[in-house]
Design a protein around this ligand. Structure first.
Ligand SMILES: [Fe+2]
Ligand SMILES: [Fe+2]
Length: 296
């Protein structure tokens, strides 16, 4: 881990002022139907010193340049050992909240509030309790930042590595800087994969989705696992790309990934849910699905 990261300058590690800057850019790209995106954008960015767009673009340049198949394999080998930390679930939320956004005086609540707003919006619509839990846990993988990982290896739209990139991925031109782009074993339509092999056999770019999926894969039903693992795979669930890699299970599960996405993107409000009132419900929910401690 240290070896890889020491090759990056601090701006290459963290071009975004906060992880939320990436998510705000996604919402701008995929605005909630019926909500005027333009007004919101002006309002949201008024207090930044420089246009947020430039930092987001730089973030994608780094993401697309450095997320190679080798990089992904290296991160999987390191982080999927889950030998870094072990803590009770509720302590893990405190840990996640150490990721603070001191750049944006206007809007942001802490990470836990985003998780709670997502899960509460799911619960309000009467979805099953495992989906509420999925909402509560879906961004826990962002703790990767607290282990010293660069932002572009934690958040960002995810995409398959080891095969040709879809040109529907945001800023596709930056892939030309990725060494895999010129590797004939990796840059064909199927690359190292076979037609219809299923996403379970496809390596995705490394980030908080794959990490939290692996963390929770023994505890949450399949539908929820797809939500965890592919919630940032916009080229698939929003753009309909990579059909040739999918198997029947992926096609079946896509509707669940699509069901989840609006709760993630559009449940943000500046008002924090009343935690005192909600606590007993959530303590019970967490207890009924998850072990006493989580491994990181
Ligand atoms: Fe996320
Ligand atoms: Fe999220």
């Amino acid at each position: 881990m240290e070896e890889v990261n020491s090759t990056f300058t601090s701006l290459e590690m963290n071009p975004l002022k906060s992880l939320d800057e990436w998510e705000d850019a996604v919402i701008e790209r995929y605005p909630e139907p019926g909500v005027k995106a333009v007004e919101k954008t002006k309002e949201d960015y008024r207090n930044y010193d420089e246009p947020a767009r430039d930092t987001v673009k730089e973030f994608y340049r780094l993401n697309h340049t450095y997320q190679t198949l080798d990089f992904v394999n290296q991160k999987r080998a390191d982080f999927l050992k889950f030998d870094k930390k072990e803590m009770p679930v509720w302590k893990a939320f405190d840990f996640l909240n150490e990721l603070v956004d001191d750049s944006d005086p206007d809007t942001d609540l802490d990470q836990f509030q985003h998780l709670l707003q997502t899960s509460e919006a799911i619960r309000a619509d009467g979805h099953p309790d495992w989906m509420v839990l999925t909402g509560l846990m879906h961004d826990m993988g962002k703790v990767l930042c607290l282990f010293g990982e660069p932002q572009w290896a934690v958040v960002g739209d995810t995409f398959p590595v080891g095969c040709a990139y879809s040109d529907k991925i945001v800023y596709p031109e930056f892939f030309q800087q990725n060494p895999d782009y010129n590797d004939s074993k990796l840059n064909s339509k199927y690359g190292i994969y076979e037609k219809g092999c299923g996403l379970k056999n496809v390596h995705m770019s490394w980030g908080h989705d794959e990490y939290v999926y692996n963390m929770l894969k023994d505890y949450i039903p399949q539908e929820g696992l797809y939500m965890l693992r592919y919630h940032s795979f916009y080229a698939w669930h929003r753009e309909g790309e990579y059909d040739y890699l999918l198997d029947d299970q992926d096609r079946e599960m896509l509707k669940w990934v699509n069901l989840f996405n609006p709760y993630d993107l559009y449940s943000k409000t500046p008002i924090a849910p009343n935690w005192e009132e909600l606590q007993p419900y959530y303590e019970n929910l967490v207890k009924s699905y998850l072990p006493a401690t989580l491994k990181f």
